[in-house]
Design a protein around this ligand. Structure first.
Ligand code: HAM
Length: 424
């Protein structure tokens, strides 16, 4: 027989950029999800789960024809029925689609929280994967700057609850309203056209499609040209200026520290007004931990009712890298029955201890010696040993693994004796 492993010729490794998540890391993931669930509920967010697959159109136009995601990172394929589908590269467009599909405009403003896997065909490195996970927050149906303040505040609150706010800094910017953007766009096209021959190939395309994106180019010669580019701030309309001022006042009043960075333009086309990022110095090149902003036109662009909205997403892998060592689960106890009668009793005993919140390993068969060895491997703190004698005298023998000490307790004192143990 030829094993699958041989025919794949790659040692059964997972697909490049995807990973199995286990041990300490999955516990960190769970801590992050727990904290997000708890904190977002305090602000009135409701959970929403959307499909991992969407029609390609959902992302293609909304994220921007010139965006990195659409031009080179989407996992897009035709299914057997000939429909073009895409594995979601982000949540926002799918949440906007769900808002329309489910008629959620009736319940607007509505606050939604999601989490799950996303897919981007990027070059894998520390903190950057092809399958990664986000927590995602959206406030849909309000044009008030207070919603931007709340979105940023809930982000800061989640980071604070995880104990990592101090490892990040918050940078905000305003991309202005459409009037400001049109004026700025024209100014940028004028400026960059003067350097057309010196721009990178990618930025030449951006000049046609979305000149704003040239501002966050990583190309060294682009960067030099960008240094003297006109600033968006000079082109804000009165409304855009007032909106940004109000957001900043709200952040200050909420006790959220920030700096204004005019270079935060974000990589997706749907943003307007507020754009923000929590970044860190601790993760090398992948320094963005949490990013988001306002997207007032997206839902209308998709064919839904005019619905201004704001939100953010944070990469769970990146949050997990910043977390301190967590508390491990309490060590379990093992049940070691000796003889047929004890063997039968073991199941009910395990259940009654688990009902009292004690972690129990049953060991599944074999003689007492084998079970003791297996228990030691599972980092067990104590074993409950019993056979016919103990059943007759309604008692259990407890053996502490760390000290090797043994003592006998009456059956009705067992749970108490085990919870008293320092390991729990
Ligand atoms: P984004 O900036 O593309 O925004 O992604 C948000 C966060 O996801 C990043 O700051 C990073 O922590 C994480 N992330 C992105 N790509 C990867 C990757 N390949 N590997 C690991 N982590 C990654 C959005 O996705 C917007 N939808 C956020 C938003 C929500 N805006 C409004 N509402």
């Amino acid at each position: 027989m030829k094993y699958i492993r041989e025919s794949m010729g790659n040692d059964l490794r997972p697909v490049r950029g995807t990973r199995d998540i286990l041990d300490e890391e999955i516990l960190r993931f769970e801590r992050i999800l727990d904290a997000t669930r708890r904190v977002s509920a305090l602000y009135g967010f409701e959970p929403l789960s959307t499909p991992i697959l969407e029609f390609t159109e959902v992302f293609k136009r909304t994220l921007g024809d010139a965006s990195d995601i659409v031009t080179k990172e989407m996992y897009t394929f035709d299914d057997r029925g000939g429909e073009s589908l895409t594995l979601r590269p982000e949540f926002t467009a799918g949440v906007a689609r769900a808002f329309i599909s489910n008629g959620l405009a009736q319940r607007a403003p509505i606050k939604l929280y999601s989490h799950g896997p996303l897919f981007r065909y990027e070059r894998p490195q520390k903190g950057r994967y092809r399958q990664f996970h986000q927590i995602n927050i959206e406030i849909l149906g309000t044009a008030e700057p207070g919603a931007d303040v709340e979105a940023i505040t809930v982000g800061a609150h989640i980071l604070d609850t995880l104990g990592i706010l101090g490892k990040t800094k918050l940078e905000i910017n305003s991309l202005g309203d459409s009037a400001s953007r049109d004026a700025y766009r024209a100014a940028l096209v004028k400026y960059f056209s003067g350097f057309k021959n010196d721009l990178s190939a990618e930025s030449k395309i951006r000049l046609e499609k979305n000149p704003l994106r040239i501002l966050d180019s990583k190309d060294p010669s682009d960067k030099k040209i960008v240094a003297d580019a006109p600033a968006l701030g000079e082109h804000y309309s009165e409304d855009a200026k007032r909106f940004f001022d109000t957001v900043q006042e709200g952040l200050t009043a909420s006790g959220v520290a920030y700096t204004v960075n005019p270079r935060i333009v974000r990589g997706l086309d749907y943003y307007c007004h507020t754009a923000f990022e929590f970044t860190t110095d601790l993760l090398g090149a992948q320094n963005a931990v949490l990013g988001g902003g306002r997207y007032d036109g997206l839902i209308e662009q998709m064919g839904g009712p005019k619905t201004p909205a704001v939100g953010f997403a944070a990469g769970i892998e990146r949050l997990a890298l910043l977390l301190d060592e967590g508390k491990n689960h309490a060590r379990p106890i093992a049940i070691i029955p000796i003889g047929a009668a004890a063997e039968k009793k073991a199941y009910a005993l395990a259940r009654s201890l688990r009902d009292k919140k004690i972690r129990v390993e049953l060991g599944f068969g074999g003689n007492a010696g084998k079970r003791m060895k297996r228990a030691a491997k599972r980092n067990t703190r104590a074993a409950v040993i019993f056979g016919d004698d103990e059943l007759a005298s309604k008692s259990y023998k407890i053996k502490q693994f760390d000290t090797g000490k043994e003592h006998t307790v009456p059956a009705d004192m067992l749970a108490e004796a085990l919870s008293d143990d320092t390991g729990s």
